[in-house]
Design a protein around this ligand. Structure first.
Ligand SMILES: *[C@@H]1O[C@H](CO)[C@@H](O)[C@H](O)[C@H]1NC(C)=O
Ligand SMILES: CC(=O)N[C@H]1CO[C@H](CO)[C@@H](O)[C@@H]1O
Length: 464
C-alpha cells in the first residue's frame, strides 16, 4: 500500500511540469468590420464621459497588478456609467464593476478595453444591453451579468466575443418570449456548456422556472392565444416538462457569490448548505464553505474545482471525509477543517493533496486509536505541511495529548507491528524502498517540490 502510493506520487510529480503549463489564450483577433462599426457607433457612454467630468467619474477605483495581470477594481463605487479606458495608466485585463448602479450598456460601452479577459458586471441594475455594447471585446473570456434586471438579450450582443468561455446570466427576470429565441439556441449548443447556466425564465407564467439551457426554443415564439383565452396557458403548462424548482443538490453559482478580485473567490459561507454544492467552476481559486451544515464530504465533491488553492470547510458538522473526496485538488495549498466533528480521517483521503502547505485541524474531537495513525503517517511523510490542532479529545487516557505523541508512544510499545508491515513492503518491491527513512529521504531529495522541503516544524495548538 505504502509503496504503491509512493510510486504513484513519484510518477505524478514527474508529470507535473506539463500539467502546470499555462493555458495559452489564443485571441482570435478583432473582427475588422465589426470593430470599425463600433468606432463609428461610439457615442453615449464613451464620449459622454470623455467630454464630461471624465477623470472625476471614477477617481477612487483601484488599479492593481496581480500575477502580472492588471486589474481595475471599481466595485461598490456607485457608478452609473462605465469609466472611460483612458482613465487608467495601462489597459486593464480585468475590470470589476460589481455592485454599482449601471442600468444600460450602450453600443461601444467598452471601447478602449480591448485587452479585457474578464468583465464583472454582477449586482447592478442593468435592464438593457444594446447590440453593440460588447464590441471590441474579442479577448473576453469571462462575462458576469448575474443579479441584474435583464428581461431579454439578443444573441447579436455576444457575437463580438468569440472567446467567451464563462457567461453568467442567472438571477435576471428573463422573459422567455420570441426575442430570446436566438440567445437560448446559442446557449443550448453543446460546446457552450459554461454559458448561461442556471438562468431561468421569469415570464411568461407557462415557462416560469424553466432553465434557458433546457427550455424548448419552439415554445418561446408561441405566444398566448391572441384572443386572450386564458385556457391556453393553463392547459399547456403541463405539456413541457414541469419546471423543477431547485431540487437535489444546491448549485455553487446560484448559492454563492463569486468575486473576481484579486483572484477568483467563491463565498459560500453561511448559506445553510448541507452538502458541497455542485458546479464549482474550474477556475475558482479560493472557496469558502465555512459556517454551513455539511456533515459529509463525498467522493469527487471537488472534482471540477481543479484550480483551488484554498478550501475552507471550517465550522460545519463534518463527521466523515470519504476517500477520494479531495480528488482533483492537485494545487490545493491551504485546507481548513477546523471546528467540525471529525474523529479521524479515512485512509487515503490526503493522497490527492500534493502541494498542501497548511492544514488546520483544531476544534475536532480527534479519537486517539488506530484509525488516527494514517493522518500522522501522512504528515510525517509531508514535512512541509504546517498543521495545527491535532490533539486527542478521547479516550480519556489520551485527552489533551498531541496525536503525534500518542502515535509515537504506540509505536514504541508495539515494535512488532512495524517490523511486520515493513516486511510486507519489501516483498512488494524490494528494489525501491528499504526502510521508511529511505522512502522519506528519496521523496525529499528528488521528488518533493522545493517548498515542501522546509525543515520540519510542528506547531501544536492546545485547545482549551
Ligand atoms: C475559514 O473561515 C473561518 C470562518 O469564516 C475563518 O475564521 C478562518 O480564518 C478561515 N480559514 C482560512 C484558512 O482562511
Ligand atoms: C388548449 C390549447 O390551446 N392547447 C394547445 C397546447 O399546445 C399545443 C402545442 O404545443 C397546441 O397544439 C394545443 O392546441
Amino acid at each position: 500500500m505504502q509503496v504503491n502510493s509512493c510510486l504513484l506520487l513519484a510518477s505524478l510529480l514527474l508529470l507535473l511540469p506539463s500539467t502546470e503549463m499555462k493555458r495559452s489564450g489564443k485571441g482570435r483577433g478583432l473582427r475588422g468590420a465589426r470593430h470599425k462599426l463600433t468606432r463609428d457607433r461610439v457615442r453615449g457612454a464613451g464620449r459622454h464621459s470623455r467630454s464630461g467630468p471624465s477623470g472625476l467619474v471614477s477617481p477612487d477605483c483601484t488599479e492593481l497588478t496581480e500575477s502580472g495581470d492588471i486589474f481595475v477594481d471599481c466595485q461598490d463605487r456607485r457608478l452609473n456609467s462605465i469609466p472611460i479606458s483612458k482613465t487608467w495608466s495601462k489597459e486593464p485585463k480585468h475590470l470589476l464593476l460589481a455592485r454599482n448602479r449601471l442600468k444600460i450598456l450602450q453600443d461601444g460601452a467598452f471601447f478602449g478595453y480591448e485587452n479585457l479577459a474578464s468583465l464583472d458586471l454582477q449586482q447592478n441594475q442593468i435592464s438593457l444591453v444594446e447590440e453593440g455594447a460588447f464590441q471590441g471585446l474579442a479577448r473576453l473570456k469571462t462575462l458576469l451579468l448575474q443579479h441584474n434586471r435583464l428581461r431579454t438579450l439578443s444573441e447579436e450582443a455576444l457575437i463580438p466575443m468569440p472567446n467567451l468561455h464563462y457567461l453568467r446570466l442567472y438571477d435576471n427576470p428573463w422573459n422567455c418570449l420570441c426575442p430570446l429565441d436566438s440567445l437560448t439556441r446559442t446557449l443550448q449548443v453543446p460546446s457552450n456548456r459554461n454559458l448561461g447556466n442556471h438562468a431561468r425564465c421569469e415570464e411568461p407564467i407557462r415557462l416560469k422556472g424553466m432553465k434557458l439551457k433546457q427550455v424548448d426554443p419552439e415554445l418561446l415564439c408561441k405566444e398566448s392565444d391572441p384572443t386572450g383565452n386564458p385556457e391556453w396557458d393553463q392547459t399547456n403548462t403541463t405539456v413541457p416538462a414541469k419546471p423543477s424548482p431547485f431540487r437535489g443538490k444546491p448549485d455553487a453559482t446560484t448559492s454563492c457569490h463569486t468575486y473576481l478580485f484579486p483572484q477568483i473567490r467563491m463565498d459560500c459561507s453561511k448559506r445553510g448548505l448541507t452538502e458541497v454544492p455542485t458546479g464549482i467552476p474550474d477556475d475558482v481559486v479560493h472557496l469558502d464553505l465555512s459556517h454551513n451544515s455539511i456533515h459529509h464530504l463525498r467522493a469527487r465533491d471537488f472534482q471540477s474545482a481543479r484550480s483551488l488553492r484554498t478550501l475552507n470547510i471550517s465550522n460545519n458538522n463534518m463527521e466523515r471525509i470519504d476517500t477520494a473526496s479531495l480528488f482533483g485538488l492537485l494545487h490545493l495549498r491551504e485546507l481548513d477543517l477546523s471546528d467540525n466533528s471529525l474523529h479521524y480521517v479515512q485512509y487515503g483521503v490526503l493522497e490527492d493533496l500534493y502541494f498542501l502547505s497548511q492544514l488546520k485541524l483544531g476544534g475536532n474531537p480527534w479519537v486517539c486509536d488506530y484509525s488516527i495513525h494514517y493522518m500522522v503517517y501522512w504528515l510525517h511523510h509531508h514535512p512541509g505541511v504546517w498543521y495545527s490542532g491535532l490533539i486527542c479529545r478521547s479516550p480519556p487516557e489520551h485527552t489533551g495529548e498531541s496525536v503525534e505523541e500518542y502515535v509515537h508512544s504506540y509505536n514504541r510499545e508495539c515494535p512488532k507491528d512495524r517490523q511486520h508491515s515493513r516486511t510486507d513492503q519489501d516483498q512488494t518491491d524490494p528494489e525501491l524502498w528499504n526502510t521508511p527513512m529511505e522512502v522519506q529521504r528519496e521523496l525529499e531529495e528528488e521528488l518533493e517540490p522545493s517548498h515542501l522541503r522546509v525543515p520540519q516544524k510542528y506547531q501544536i495548538i492546545r485547545l482549551s
